[in-house]
Design a binder for this molecule. Structure first.
Ligand SMILES: Cc1ncc(COP(=O)(O)O)c(C=O)c1O
Length: 352
């Protein structure tokens, strides 16, 4: 895509920087199915250590890491508790049902955030009629609910609740890095609250491919076997692991810039008559918003922005999302804020 385009559809659209490409070019590689790729081993060790766990497993995607963890933690006819708008339930192709033969008990969060109070009736009684409640999956930050950060103290209470009730606790941490930067709480403190964590290198961190599972050694060995069965065993994967390592070593702290850019967009949306933010606050790099359907249909709004070389994501009839990342500058974000304002004015002329 030419440089003049401003692509705010997702933080997955970034391209590797020249420095990242150089690191990938220079990577030492081996066959990772034989556990002989030194760069993959380095990435796995570093990721596990950062999150305070024994081991990690490099995988092609966040969907695969989540679904492998769910499969490794459960038996058919078990049940997983999760927030109703979470990624593992809504956007992973029905993975829990199709791949693990489990059901999901969804809980309505407060704009995505869940707490112990909301889980009071979530555990199934021990009765032959019911599935067995096995697992709680949390998403942090929460994508569909506007990149919100689950507060650390609440997550600690959720952890204590899982210990008390013998429930496994999994984290979909595709954007845990954003939560770490926004909360100022280090990776290890977050990591220690969970039995397994999925993290992604290819969202805000800007690597082209890759996610990892972290957890206890024995659990990760089980996941490795499932990864093979799912077709996710990779050979000279050091080429891509080097991009992920570069991202881990260079691109975490700069996420605060993405959060500042998202705030600028959030403020512009709130100030524009006819637009409404679909979340109470902008905490990280994601902003969901509505346009009043009586004023302008979403496809027209999106098309008008595209004409001005701005790409945004739409979901459902009335919802739109912008996501900031390392390939969009503050200058481009400010320009986008002005154009959003202009386009809304033009489309809604005389209707407000
Ligand atoms: C919260 C969350 N979890 C998991 C995923 C899945 O990641 P992938 O696209 O690498 O499969 C995404 C993707 O955007 C996500 O937003």
């Amino acid at each position: 895509m030419a440089d003049s385009w401003i692509d705010l559809r997702s933080d997955t659209v970034t391209k590797p920087s020249p420095e990242m490409r150089a690191a990938m070019h220079a990577a030492e590689v081996g066959d990772d199915v034989y556990k002989e790729d030194p760069t993959v081993i380095k990435l796995e060790e570093q990721t596990a250590a950062m999150l305070g766990h024994e081991a990690a497993l490099f995988c092609p995607s966040g969907t695969m890491t989540n679904q492998i963890c769910i499969k490794a933690h459960t038996q058919p006819a078990d049940e997983m508790i999760c927030e109703e708008f979470c990624h593992v339930f809504n956007w992973e192709g029905g993975g829990p049902a199709a791949l693990s033969n489990i059901s999901c008990k969804t809980i309505r969060g407060d704009h995505g955030l869940i707490d112990v109070e909301m889980l009071q009736d979530a555990i199934r009684p021990p009765n032959d009629h019911y599935p067995r409640t096995k697992l709680l999956s949390l998403e942090n930050t929460h994508n569909r609910c506007g990149g919100r950060v689950q507060p650390f103290t609440v997550v600690k209470e959720l952890h204590d609740w899982t210990r008390k009730n013998n429930i496994i606790f999994h984290l979909d941490g595709a954007r845990l890095w954003n939560a770490i930067v926004a909360s100022g709480i280090e990776a290890k403190a977050w990591g220690q609250l969970f039995d397994s964590v999925s993290v992604c290198y290819s969202k805000g961190l800007g690597a082209p491919i890759g996610s990892a599972i972290v957890g206890p050694k024995e659990f990760v060995a089980k996941c490795r076997r499932i990864r093979k069965r799912f077709g996710g065993g990779m050979r000279q994967a050091g080429t891509i692991a080097a991009g992920a390592l570069y991202a881990l070593n260079n691109n975490i702290h700069r996420l605060k810039e993405d959060h500042e850019k998202a705030k600028v967009l959030g403020e512009a949306i709130q100030k524009t008559p006819g637009l409404k933010m679909d979340q109470p606050t902008v905490e990280t790099n994601i902003v969901w918003f509505h346009v009043d359907p009586k004023l302008a249909p979403v496809p027209e709004f999106v098309a008008a922005l595209k004409e001005r070389k701005i790409l945004i994501h739409t979901s459902g009839l009335n919802l739109m999302r912008v996501v900031t990342h390392l390939d969009v500058s503050m200058e481009q974000v400010k320009k986008t804020a002005e154009i959003i304002h202009e386009v809304t004015n033009k489309l809604t002329k005389g209707k407000i």
